[in-house]
Write a protein that binds this ligand. Structure first.
Ligand code: ATP
Ligand code: PRP
Length: 213
């Protein structure tokens, strides 16, 4: 039988993936809090549990045949080297621009009249592309978390961050000025695996699709 390695994004996406894995008979058969490589209930499928931002790299290089990753992470990484056959519809949120409520930056629309806009984000590539597509040059400040703090302490004028309920923005006195894109977790597949392990991958993807993923 063909053996498959499935890379899972640690954290929020892993939590949302577990019910799906359960339904597919691929639930982890080991301690996912400790082990980085865990067998699944299917003896032919192994799971690797890694940082979300590493999933596209593992799958691209064939260290995993397929992976579950947020579209935000995939867009930032660049997805050309991977197949993206399925939107799993889990971990839904959106990537948005936000500013301090009542500030001049809280008005939606072009930034043309304003100078040297600073945007704090974990997503420098997506941010650069988004503003460049509108002909706007911004200074991008790369952060690794808690983006909402940046405009409050004068580090940035705007942030580009994930929004789900909007509670974090609201609690920090920020408002969403523009949605860049909708985000959910998707399945990505290594291109060589798709050829070499076609039958096993097709079977798995078809079963996922029939679950409404
Ligand atoms: P790391 O530890 O590597 O920095 P992280 O803290 O970004 O990872 P999580 O927040 O657990 O990891 O999960 C990140 C992914 O979950 C995002 O890439 C996105 O696809 C999704 N996500 C993030 N925030 C939300 C949210 N509020 N609601 C739904 N999905 C979200
Ligand atoms: C994510 C995101 C926002 C928050 C949005 O952060 O970066 O801060 O969720 O969700 P909400 O609109 O429902 O409030 P997370 O909780 O992953 O923490 P982080 O800042 O460490 O990434």
């Amino acid at each position: 039988m063909t053996s498959l390695t499935l890379a899972l994004s640690k954290g929020r996406i892993l939590e949302d993936s577990l019910p799906l894995l359960e339904k597919l008979g691929l639930a982890p058969a080991g301690d996912i809090d400790r082990l980085l490589r865990v067998p699944s209930q299917d003896p032919n499928v192994h799971l690797v549990i890694i940082r979300p931002a590493d999933v596209p790299t593992y799958v691209e290089h064939g260290a995993a045949d397929l992976g579950i990753v947020g579209k935000d992470v995939l867009m930032e990484h660049g997805g050309d080297a991977l197949y993206e056959p399925l939107d799993l519809g889990i971990a839904q949120c959106r990537l948005s621009i936000a500013a301090v409520k009542g500030s001049p930056f809280a008005q939606p629309g072009p930034l043309a009249a304003r100078k040297r806009i600073r945007v704090a984000t974990k997503y420098p590539e997506i941010t650069r592309r988004h503003f460049a597509a509108r002909g706007e040059q911004v200074e991008i400040i790369k952060l690794y978390g808690s983006m909402e703090l940046a405009p409050l302490v004068g580090l940035a004028d705007l942030i580009v961050d994930l929004v789900a309920t909007g509670n974090t923005l609201k609690a920090n006195g920020l408002v969403e000025t523009e949605i860049i894109c909708q985000v959910s977790a998707c399945m990505v597949v290594n291109k060589a695996s798709m050829k070499m392990k076609h039958a096993a991958l097709r079977d798995l993807l078809t079963r996922m699709q029939s679950l409404g993923a």
